[in-house]
Design a binder for this molecule. Structure first.
Ligand SMILES: Cc1ncc(COP(=O)(O)O)c(C=O)c1O
Length: 393
């Protein structure tokens, strides 16, 4: 007998990218982490947290962090809510703005967690397909309205394609939509612009909330820290459902220091962007289709006349200890999503692709140091899943 609610029994959990137990033995280009470490100021802030600060509860609303975020973005601290990763913000948004039994709006393909969170809340989905170039359809808001959606999610820049829609486009969607528009800006640090103008100053819209994550641009995926920026009335509603102390003292200190270390991070974002364009160019030279990306990953399609499908390349790269992401979804199953690594990691990726495609069975030298495992052993990297596509939620 199942004790959990039927809704939970039927739920297909979100399938994150593989996280091998021994990271030193793989080149990990599958979960859009930053290849560079966080700012030294972040590590210093963590070290400076006193035993006494750990003995006490932290600021319930992460007041220090909210002040730093407000100063950085030119908004009021009441417009910021800090969360345990952007994912917690998503959960809270659905809890606050979607009725159980109601509908949330998505534009497909998109971050698959939205649908899992909607299902766990007992909400349905109004799915609107993106256009041939993965652009937002002009009638997105109308379709969401017709389905009765009270909240809709747009990732911008888009995951998993890297496409960027202008703030003007998102403003139009927000004006036409009768619910709350969440612009998920998890990858905004690698984009040419943001939607801050939609939540700031006199031109702010009453129904737009931005999601920000410290995981990608700030190299802090392990910290689990994200935040929302929106109208103070909507943010106040969200504070009502926040766990009393949802962000711990260490993460508050680290995330605050990170936001204040822009002098470290801005050039780092530039490096990742330059490397992204180099990797995209190198794959295009090899006959791959790679649309322009405005994130820290690319969605790359191997040549159709090549000997290897995207899925076969995913498996072959995994055997060589290079993890990229393969999605068995319509419009994505002929492509690989590749996180931008360091130039050395990306060169290694390119060399391994060339080696696989040329059919060479030459001796593979693992990264970063030689080892003696057999190919069969490589199939079962400790802590990783077998080389099959992630489950569909
Ligand atoms: C589109 C998108 N939104 C939100 C998140 C949440 O990020 P985090 O919970 O690490 O802040 C992710 C993480 O991969 C993402 O890809």
């Amino acid at each position: 007998m199942a004790y959990e609610r039927p809704l939970i029994s039927d739920l297909h959990a979100y399938a994150p990218g593989e996280q091998p137990a021994d990271m030193s033995r793989v080149i990990k280009l599958n979960t859009n982490e930053n290849p560079y470490p966080p700012a030294p100021e972040v590590m210093a802030a963590i070290h400076q947290v006193s035993a006494d600060a750990l003995r006490r509860y932290p600021s319930p609303s992460a007041a220090g962090f909210r002040g730093a975020a407000a100063a950085l973005h030119g908004v009021h601290a009441d417009q910021i809510i800090a969360t345990n990763g952007g994912d917690e913000l998503l959960r809270m948004l659905i809890q606050v703005f979607a009725e159980p039994g109601g509908v949330i709006g998505l534009s497909e393909p998109t971050y698959t967690l939205y649908a899992v969170l909607a299902a766990s809340h007992g909400a349905g989905i109004a799915k609107v397909e993106r256009g041939p170039g993965f652009e937002l359809p002009a009638d997105l808001a109308q379709k969401w309205n017709a389905a009765g959606a009270r909240i809709g999610f747009v990732v911008n820049p888009h995951a998993p394609t890297g496409r960027f829609e202008t703030p003007e486009t998102l403003a139009r969607v927000a004006r036409e939509f009768q619910g709350v528009l969440v612009v998920d800006e998890a990858y905004v640090d690698f984009a040419p612009d943001s939607c801050l103008s939609l939540v700031r100053g006199l031109a702010a819209l009453p129904n737009v909330i931005l999601l920000r994550s410290m995981s990608k641009g700030y190299g802090l995926a392990g910290l689990r820290f994200g935040y929302g920026i929106g109208p103070s009335a909507l943010v106040a509603a969200m504070h009502k459902v926040r766990d009393s102390y949802n962000c711990d003292a260490l993460s508050q200190a680290a995330a605050t220091a990170a936001l204040q270390a822009q002098a470290y991070y801005l050039p780092l974002h530039g490096r990742v962007r330059a490397e992204r364009d180099r990797l995209a160019g190198a794959l295009r030279q090899r006959g791959w289709k790679v649309p322009d990306s405005h994130t820290n990953f690319i969605l790359a399609e191997p040549p159709v006349d090549g000997n290897f499908s995207a899925f076969e390349l995913y498996g072959a790269l995994k055997l060589r200890r290079i993890l990229v992401r393969y999605f068995k979804y319509p419009r994505l199953d002929d492509k690989l999503r590749i996180t931008i690594g360091t130039p050395e990691q990306d060169d290694r990726l390119l060399a391994e692709i060339d080696d696989i495609v040329s059919g060479s069975t030459g001796a593979f030298q693992p990264f970063p140091s030689p080892h003696t495992d057999s190919r069969a052993d490589l199939r079962a990297l400790p802590g990783t899943n077998p080389p099959h596509p992630p489950k569909l939620p």
